[in-house]
Design a protein around this ligand. Structure first.
Ligand code: NI
Length: 183
């Protein structure tokens, strides 16, 4: 188990397409553990493998649903279909610190994937869980939430994004200390 550094906007790995996982083996399970540890250390609600520099189609989410309840999921090779209705809500991204914007996404979507044991799952998700999964699947395709904003919004954010790409960080940005990758 290890907390790994999160790649920030401007890092080319965030623009790459992650590859299908052939089998959920020991190596993939270690990647899943690192994703979970890293997501929790950064207090995120989701993380895709690209964000820690691994180009494999693996994502984790840990999303508050109602009251105290949270849903934690690992999805390997996720495929989305049957998007239904849309809504708008605020999103941020651990790879784009300091930027939060409203994004329109499907309110409900069907997800087929493998879980962390390699068992097929097929479910319809909605609400913030549906949003988080769509956001993370975008990452696996090299897409960032800022790509989904209007031209005007993106123009407005251009300078902040360029600053991130140059290595500048928003005031108060203090990522958790990363550890060595698991042996
Ligand atoms: Ni993100």
């Amino acid at each position: 188990m290890a907390v790994r550094p999160i790649r920030i906007y401007g890092d080319p790995v965030l623009r790459q397409q992650a590859a299908e996982v052939a089998a959920v083996n020991e190596v993939v399970r270690r990647l899943i553990e690192d994703l979970r540890d890293t997501m929790h250390a950064y207090r995120g609600v989701g993380l895709a493998a690209n964000q820690i520099g691994a180009l494999e189609r693996v994502l984790v989410v840990d999303v508050p649903v109602e009251g105290e309840r949270r849903v934690e999921l690992t999805l390997v090779n996720p495929v989305l279909s049957e998007p239904a209705e849309t809504n708008v809500d605020e999103e941020g991204c651990l790879s784009i610190p300091g930027i939060y914007e409203e994004v329109r996404r499907a309110a409900r979507v069907r997800v087929k994937a493998l879980d962390e044991r390699g068992v097929p799952v097929d479910m319809v998700v909605q609400g913030y869980l549906a949003r988080a999964i769509q956001h993370e699947v975008d990452h696996l395709n090299g897409v960032l939430f800022v790509d989904r904003l209007s031209v005007l919004k993106r123009q407005f954010l251009k300078k902040s994004l360029e600053a991130l790409a140059r290595g500048e960080r928003p005031e108060g940005y203090e990522p958790p200390v990363a550890e060595e990758s698991s042996p």
